[in-house]
Design a protein around this ligand. Structure first.
Ligand code: ADP
Ligand code: TYD
Length: 208
């Protein structure tokens, strides 16, 4: 809680239930009187939302991993300056659907080992880690079929296929081990209500 507020991120493979659960948690916290800002990456500010369509639409091979690192980090810098840091400075709870851990995984692991490049640019341009990260863990096949059942043109990463999702699941579990102080792993294969209840318990424990 370095800036007065609390910065909580949600991570996990595509279709793991992040967007569903982050909305439920926002309502739970608001019901308890907390001032909550709900945001997402890539996006969360006007400029970053423009970058979002560049990175999420079109051919999977539209960008190299290196170019993606720059685009996601540029979007994150704008989001941090305009949305996240002002909300934290005002003492709010910021709930963010994906953040730098997604870049560490999707750009850092999927096409060669670029993790050091991601971390280097992160230290240089972002320099802020979440206070708490909720990792919704689940079977990649189930996640991908849930993700694919949505009607959207934002399918670039889903089109990399199930092997990528499997690699991302393993990678996220490794990251949870590496940053065990801030990561909490939630079983995403339960009902929506059961997952929501586990997440609320975890966050309320942290708040108390
Ligand atoms: P993400 O943001 O992680 O990609 P979503 O929250 O968009 O995931 O969920 C993907 C799809 O799966 C949505 O259609 C959502 O309604 C559904 N879904 C989410 N959580 C569950 C769950 N626990 N059980 C069954 N379906 C779920
Ligand atoms: P998101 O909208 O959260 O998709 P989903 O709801 O399917 O999980 O994120 C879109 C995609 O962007 C997702 O496949 C992961 C990818 N992504 C990266 O590759 N790097 C990043 O830094 C971020 C934030 C997302």
């Amino acid at each position: 809680m370095t800036d007065g507020g609390l910065f909580i991120t949600f991570e996990g493979i595509d279709g793991s239930g992040k967007s569903t659960q982050i909305r439920v948690l926002a309502e739970t916290l608001r019901g308890k009187g907390y001032d909550v800002v709900l945001t997402r990456e890539p996006g969360g500010s006007d400029g970053a939302e423009e970058i979002r369509s560049l990175v999420l639409e079109g051919d999977p091979d539209r960008w190299s991993a290196e170019t993606e690192i720059l685009l996601f980090t540029a979007a994150r810098r704008d989001h941090l300056e305009r949305t996240i840091l002002p909300a934290l400075a005002a003492g709010k709870i910021v709930l963010c659907d994906r953040f730098a851990d997604s870049t560490r995984m999707y750009q850092g692991l999927s096409r060669g080992d670029l993790r050091e490049t991601v971390d280097h640019l992160h230290r240089l341009m972002i320099g802020r880690e979440p206070d708490l990260t909720i990792l919704i863990d689940m079977d990649p096949a189930t996640g991908l079929s849930r993700a694919k059942s949505r009607a959207t043109t934002e399918e670039r990463f889903e089109d990399f296929g199930q092997a990528l999702q499997e690699q991302m699941r393993k990678g996220f579990l490794g990251l949870a081990n590496e940053f065990s102080d801030r990561f909490r792993i939630i079983d995403g294969e339960q009902s929506i209500d059961a997952v929501a209840s586990d997440i609320a318990d975890t966050v309320l424990t942290h708040l108390s």
